[in-house]
Design a protein around this ligand. Structure first.
Ligand code: NDP
Length: 301
């Protein structure tokens, strides 16, 4: 079997196009312009790139977009007071604090300071609780897991995963656990595996849907994959690429792509799979936040 490639770049572009259309409709019907504020503290180069891309996409969608760049030595109180201001700002519907934060700032405290109604990252306890109890229609769901679900629904051609075994490798709060909860809500039978799991290959080999969110380059091999499975690779790992020249690197996922593509029915590449979906779903979530504030049913993505 040679898997079909799940094109996250194309799907993300479709999501952004739909957000742009629905935003124009919201503005013309209500005058409300979805607003997003992105807050970044310090000079981490990868975070700077992400924040720039988020700002660019937000403009493309027709949003009101603010980026607050704060210096590395910003005090926790100053960040909390900015978040409080943004919580009160009627023009802002979504607040995203770029992680990681510098060590002197308590990340957990900052995440919980964002109003749950503007928590487009879906990290506030209220949103985590809603997702965990199946109140998904009223929750904000973390963007990467939400993007994975869009790709899975597309690959499987359905929204209801009844009867399918899903295995999620990784149990982080931002990826593994929310994906597992979303799969459960879609009626899949879900197993969560992690670093303390025994005989991982035997467990993944039973998966009709296999999600890898580990952070270990090409850990999932072909013989770990059930023939015909849908494989979603969340991992982003930078490895040396001497074939491209001295000191060069390239990105790979947690799945050994070439060999697993021979076994799976559909698979996400890295890059170009889950990655582009994250920012697209952030835009969708911000539009959702603006619609909810306006008392309008948000579009489904
Ligand atoms: P974390 O490091 O927070 O979690 C990794 C998880 O993998 C943990 O639950 C850990 O288990 C588990 N794990 C580690 N080693 C093994 C192993 N040998 N066997 C089985 N399980 C193992 O990572 P994140 O969840 O934040 O991210 C996972 C990957 O996804 C990373 O590569 C990250 O870069 C990428 N990512 C991609 C995004 C995108 O937009 N595409 C967005 C976010 C993340 P335990 O809990 O027992 O330690």
């Amino acid at each position: 079997m040679t898997a079909s490639i799940i094109d996250g770049k194309a799907t993300a572009a479709m999501v952004v196009e739909r957000v742009t259309l629905e935003t124009a409709r919201l503005i013309s019907n209500t005058g409300i312009v979805p607003g997003i504020a992105v807050v970044i503290v310090g000079d981490d180069p990868a975070s700077q790139v992400y924040v720039r891309s988020k700002g660019k996409r937000a403009h493309e969608c027709g949003f009101h977009s603010l980026t607050h760049k704060l210096p590395e030595d910003t005090k926790e109180e100053a960040l909390l007071s900015l978040i409080d201001e943004l919580n009160q700002d009627d023009k802002i519907h979504g607040i995203l604090v770029q992680l990681p934060l510098p060590e002197h700032i308590a990340e957990a405290k900052i995440i919980q300071a964002v109003s749950p109604d503007k928590d487009v990252d879906g990290f506030h306890f209220i949103n985590v609780g809603k997702l965990g109890t199946g109140e998904i229609a009223n929750a904000f769901v973390p963007c990467t897991p939400a993007g994975c679900m869009v790709l899975m629904r597309q690959a499987l051609g359905k929204e209801d995963f009844s009867g399918l075994n899903a295995v999620v490798v990784g149990r982080s709060n931002i990826v593994g656990k929310p994906i597992a909860n979303l799969l459960l809500a879609a009626n899949a039978t879900v197993t969560i595996a992690h670093s303390r799991t025994n005989d991982l290959p035997a467990i993944t080999a039973a998966a009709d849907i296999l999600v890898a969110a580990v952070g270990r380059s090409e850990m999932i091999r072909a013989d770990w994959v059930k023939p015909g499975a849908v494989v979603i690779d969340v991992g982003i790992n930078r490895i040396a690429a001497p074939e491209k020249g001295e000191g060069k690197t390239r990105l790979v996922g947690d799945v050994a792509y070439e060999e697993c593509a021979e076994v799976a029915s559909a698979i996400t590449p890295v890059p170009g799979g889950v990655g582009p979906m994250t920012i697209a779903m952030l835009m969708a979530t911000t539009l959702t936040a603006a619609c909810r504030k306006a008392g309008i049913t948000p579009p489904k993505f």
